[in-house]
Design a protein around this ligand. Structure first.
Ligand code: CP
Ligand code: NVA
Length: 312
């Protein structure tokens, strides 16, 4: 811990993973290469970059994949974890983020934080001065999209600039937004098919740049695409809008008819959890379950690459 306090006092530069927007194309390519090494070396890592470290996982929302992949990943890289349900710590009773961050920054070596506002993760990182990883906010899910990019590269090697990825559903959700920033960085064509109220925001599109096509027509988005991707229609925190969302998004299901429009080799992907009969048809899901669960497994390998990168 002595070294940690020294680092705090010297105000040294600390690396975080808060957003895809904060990464360069070179950073993304590095993380994808590193994830491939992590996948190959699983069970026999010669380098343990988190040896002697204790990481806090603070979660204000439910999680299966992100939580387990970080807990396993941190341990496999030599570290230990403390899982903190945000409602069990004083944060849940109103202790400010900036105070929680300054306390944890003096006790642990890194934090994985899942919460509501992106600004809260950014504030935490600023005050804690230890590597901080965004494990999902209302605005972004960068770790998910890095794992998705890795999965696409693994199954369909080739230039990003030649790929067409279609995101069908809630085009304003955290996962869609991280996809938009990824398209801006890597240069693939991203088509977002969503009903008008769930189209991506103009500010995000302007910040991202790149080749983003927004449409209300899922068939136009799917035609000759390399990847069809979806996410839940009712994200965590949006439960009060469930009825309205299910009504407006009804025509945006990934099903066999939509898949038939994409390239014959197209991947069908889902970040999970999946709601069959809503954003994805049950049979379509099972047909593509091999890809979808490889995608889920890849969360582990990619989280390890992220962890090694932020502590390097
Ligand atoms: N895809 C994803 O982040 O899953 P969890 O909510 O289970 O972590
Ligand atoms: N958009 C979803 C992603 C779940 C992993 C949500 O925020 O609930």
């Amino acid at each position: 811990m002595g070294a940690l306090v020294d680092a705090y006092n010297r105000n040294t530069t600390v690396k975080h993973l808060l957003s895809i927007e904060g990464l360069s194309a070179a950073d993304i390519e590095h993380l994808l290469r590193e994830a491939a090494h992590m996948k190959c070396a699983r069970g026999r890592h010669s380098n343990l970059p988190l040896q002697g470290q204790i990481w806090a996982l603070i979660f204000s929302k439910s999680s299966t994949r992100t939580r387990v992949s970080f807990e396993v990943g941190i341990r496999e890289l030599g570290g230990q974890t403390i899982f903190l349900n945000a409602t069990d710590i004083q944060l849940g009773r109103g202790e400010p983020i900036c105070d929680t961050a300054r306390v944890l920054g003096r006790m642990v070596h890194g934090t994985v934080f899942r919460t509501f506002a992106q600004a809260d993760v950014e504030e935490f990182a600023r005050y804690a001065r230890i590597p901080t990883i965004n494990a999902l906010t209302d605005e972004e899910h960068p770790c998910q999209i890095l794992a998705d990019l890795f999965t696409i590269q693994e199954k369909q090697p080739g230039r990003w600039s030649e790929k067409v990825i279609a995101f069908i559903g809630d085009g304003a959700c955290n996962v869609a937004t991280s996809w938009i920033f990824a398209a801006g960085r890597l240069g693939f064509e991203l088509r977002v098919a969503a009903p008008r109220p769930f189209q991506p925001g103009l500010a995000v599109l302007e910040r991202a740049g790149g080749r983003i096509v927004c449409t209300e027509d899922p068939t136009a988005a799917a035609r000759h695409a390399d990847v069809l991707y979806t996410d839940v229609w009712v994200s965590m925190g949006k439960e009060a809008e469930a009825e309205e969302r299910l009504r407006l998004l009804r025509g945006y299901q990934i099903n066999d008819q939509l898949v038939a429009l994409a390239k014959p080799s197209a991947l069908v992907m889902h970040c999970l959890p999946a709601y069959r009969g809503k954003e994805i048809d049950a049979d379509t899901f099972e047909t593509h379950a091999g890809t979808i669960f490889d995608q889920a497994e890849n969360r582990l390998h990619v989280q390890k690459a992220i962890l090694a990168w932020v502590v390097a």
